[in-house]
Design a protein around this ligand. Structure first.
Ligand code: ADP
Length: 610
């Protein structure tokens, strides 16, 4: 039916008159084409595929039977109905026609009505047949392009039929699969038992219900793919089960996604942070426990289906619209602090992060009220600390100016009176005043110095000669050395370049002064400078009473002057604390050890070489 919509009839006869007659009968309803001998007829049949052939039997050359046989033996043309038109009506001729697979017979002279009826009914049959073929092809197509794998198994579970998708999933060619046992070859051992019972229970169930089952298959390259199977028994016309139709969907990917999703959901459920997902309209589709709890709701059910706006007051909603959403839409995420509204109407500080999802927005909320509270406490504390520092500064100021000045006045006048005084008793009392006021001045000075040093974080350094500094310090102690008849033995190289601040001389002065103070008369104090790699180690040794181990750490701490020495010697108790601070600011170390000679101590400090 290519040229016109009318069915096409090929009329074959060696007698033009006969063709004309049939043409006259049929041309109203059909497109009639003609051939005058067998060969011509076959040419047209194979080329044009007519819808029906009216074929004269008795023709010169190849006769009608032979033409019919050829039409019927070709796959392409076998379904074209062939009507043998013959003057012969004998039984033999009929049998010969049937043998040639003719579909029908008409006897000459052809009756017009009969002809029309025969043609009509044959065309109807052909039509039905064509449709059937079309449907079959379509079904095969569906089967092949189906996203599901289809298998037909016989009663033993052997594969009788498999579609393209099935082969794709399994990774085999059709001939590698057909006739093989599904359970034995394509189901992993551990799942075989379960699949087998499913197979047999499906065979028994002829109710026609599809049964669902999940079971993996092993592919050609030993992969396991998870398949969700539906099975349906196949029955013959006597309702006898012949096999099983399995359709299976590869759900490996879906399963993995499901697993991931479950994992995420579990993590979200367990999270102490509130998490919620809302759709594009701003309606919550998922809310975890923490989220509802943070906003003071009994559970996620109270929030799912609700709009986000119920959780914020108007000013914050305005902030969302004017500030947060524009930035969020631009960047795809937003993080910041804002005020949330609890179910009971109370506000709380929250930290909110939002990120875009395919289906909407995920938001994570943390209640930071507590942190805010701690922060404000911390700020309060910091400002208190600041004011206490100011107090300390004030105190240091008072020490230096308001106490030192009057103390200096007292000392000056006491010295004057001492010089003028002749009376020994009064002189003794004045001396007591003098020594105590001197001690007071010394204490005020070192306390002020210490306080200053405490406030300093960094000193300025330059390269200086350590040996020269120590020599200068030593010179200042001539009077004290003489009065106790102590020899100061300086074991110094000609020069020891070091990274120093001028404050460092206070350390050596303190070491030497203490060695003289606490050392016995007529002894020797040694000052040693040792090269210890990147540093110089300065050691001041005396032969005094030494420091008990328990005090070795203590004497460097502020105001920890050793109790038992209090009366015997004078000192502010801050000298070593100041020394320690100065050495620390130099990045060095300080300490005391027992004098290896057996008596006294060795005070030492390290400084960096230049
Ligand atoms: P001060 O000497 O003014 O009391 P220091 O901080 O210099 O303060 O010393 C702290 C204490 O360490 C001293 O009171 C003293 O008891 C002890 N001390 C310091 N140097 C020596 C030393 N060379 N021998 C024995 N004891 C010492």
């Amino acid at each position: 039916m290519t040229l016109s919509d009318k069915p096409r009839i090929l009329v074959v006869d060696d007698e033009p008159m006969n063709i004309e007659l049939l043409q006259a009968y049929l041309q109203m309803d059909y497109e009639v084409i003609s051939a005058y001998n067998g060969n011509e007829a076959l040419d047209i049949v194979f080329r044009d595929i007519p819808d029906i052939v009216l074929l004269d039997v008795m023709m010169p050359g190849i006769n009608g039977y032979q033409v019919c046989e050829q039409i019927k033996s070709s796959e392409k043309t076998q379904f074209i109905p062939v009507v043998l038109v013959t003057a012969l009506s004998g039984r033999e001729d009929r049998l010969r026609g049937i043998e040639a697979k003719a579909d029908d017979f008409l006897t000459k002279p052809v009756d017009r009505l009969e002809l029309k009826m025969r043609v009509k009914s044959l065309l109807r049959i052909k039509d039905l047949h064509d449709n059937l073929i079309k449907e079959r092809d379509q079904a095969q197509n569906y089967l092949d392009v189906a996203a599901v794998m289809m298998l037909v198994l016989d009663m033993n579970g052997d594969i009788v039929l498999i579609n393209k998708r099935g082969l794709e999933i399994l990774g085999y060619r059709e001939d590698e699969v057909l006739g093989k046992n599904l359970l034995g070859q394509f189901i992993p051992v551990e799942s075989r038992h379960g699949m087998e019972s499913h197979f047999f229970s499906s065979l028994d169930d002829i109710s026609g219900n599809m049964e669902y089952y999940e079971c993996p298959v092993v592919t050609k390259n030993e992969d396991h793919r998870i398949v969700s199977w539906y099975s349906k028994p196949l029955v013959d016309e006597n309702n006898k089960v012949k096999g099983l139709l399995y359709s299976g969907q590869d759900i490996t990917k879906r399963k993995k996604i499901e697993e991931k999703l479950k994992e995420h959901t579990r993590a979200m459920e367990a999270s102490i942070d509130g998490m919620a997902i809302m759709d594009k309209r701003g309606v919550y589709t998922y809310v975890n426990d923490a989220y509802s709890r943070i906003f003071g709701y009994e559970g996620p059910h109270e929030l799912v289906g609700k709009e986000w706006k119920i959780l914020y007051e108007d000013p914050e909603i305005e902030r969302f619209n004017n500030e947060i959403f524009p930035e969020f839409l631009f960047k795809g995420k937003w993080k910041g602090e804002l005020l949330g509204k609890k179910k009971d109407g109370n506000s709380f500080f929250q930290e909110l992060s939002m990120a875009v999802l395919d289906t909407g927005v995920i938001s994570v909320v943390r209640d930071v009220s507590e942190r805010k509270y701690v922060e404000s406490k911390l700020n309060q504390y910091a400002s208190q600390l600041k004011s206490s520092n100011e107090l300390k500064d004030l105190f240091t100021d008072i020490l230096r100016h308001d106490l030192l000045n009057p103390a200096g006045v007292v000392k000056g006048f006491t010295d004057m009176l001492l010089q003028e005084e002749a009376d020994e008793k009064r002189k003794y009392k004045l001396q007591l005043i003098e020594s105590n006021v001197s001690r007071l001045i010394e204490m005020i000075e070192s306390a002020a110095k210490f306080s200053r040093l405490e406030d300093i974080d960094e000193l300025e350094f330059k390269s200086m000669d350590l040996a020269g500094i120590i020599r200068n310090v030593a010179e200042d102690f001539e009077p004290q050395l003489k009065s106790k008849n102590i020899i100061l033995d300086l074991k110094l190289d000609t020069s020891c370049p070091a990274i120093l601040n001028p404050l460092i001389d206070g350390v050596f002065a303190n070491f030497i002064s203490n060695a003289i103070k606490y050392g016995p008369s007529d002894s020797t104090v040694t000052v040693d400078v040792k090269d210890i790699g990147h540093e110089w180690k300065i050691m001041v040794s005396d032969s005094g009473e030494g420091i008990p181990d328990k005090d070795k750490q203590l004497i460097f701490d502020r105001f920890k002057r050793l109790a038992e020495k209090k009366k015997a010697v004078k000192g502010s108790g801050l000298g070593l604390a100041i020394a320690k601070r100065i050495v620390e600011l130099h990045g060095g170390m300080i300490g005391v050890e027992d004098n290896p000679t057996g008596k006294g101590s060795v005070f030492w400090a390290t400084v960096k070489k230049a």
